[in-house]
Ligand binder design. Structure first.
Ligand SMILES: [Zn+2]
Ligand SMILES: [Zn+2]
Length: 137
């Protein structure tokens, strides 16, 4: 299955009509580890889809998050970042360069107390600090 076909079938599996913008945005998110903001997604896709508005990007990423095809995380900058990797993993944001890194985390081993009567729908592990690249500067 090529990139476009897999984006289309993912959208269809969630009963989302696969418009060009939705396909391109999901495809872009699936192939980046940058955890882009709406601004970044818009800037990157504009050459390919000159008619793409920022409002459409906002609406589309909201739709993808709601459908469980992407996740939303708030960075140090208080900006919304999007990630199409919905598997369990932690995030580390560098407070110097702002880059968000993925890291492996075993959420099954995470011990919690006091949540017995709560229905948990999302678990985030978020670390911040300085990345190796910034530390070596
Ligand atoms: Zn850094
Ligand atoms: Zn991630």
């Amino acid at each position: 299955m090529n990139k476009v076909e897999s984006a289309i079938s993912l959208l269809r599996s969630k009963s989302i009509r696969p418009s060009i913008a939705r396909i391109k945005i999901l495809e872009y998110l699936s192939h980046t580890t940058e955890h882009p903001t709406v601004e970044m997604i818009h800037t990157s896709l504009l050459p390919a889809i000159p008619t793409l508005s920022k409002a459409t990007v906002y609406k589309t990423v909201g739709l993808l998050v709601e459908a469980g095809l992407a996740r939303l995380l708030y960075g140090e900058d208080c900006e919304a970042h999007y990630d199409a990797d919905i598997s369990d993993h932690g995030h580390f944001q560098c407070t110097r360069c702002g880059k968000i890194y993925d890291f492996a985390v075993n959420l099954a081993l995470l011990e919690t107390e006091g949540l017995e009567r709560f229905a948990v729908t999302e678990r985030n592990v978020f670390f911040r600090g300085a990345c190796p690249r910034c530390l070596s500067e």
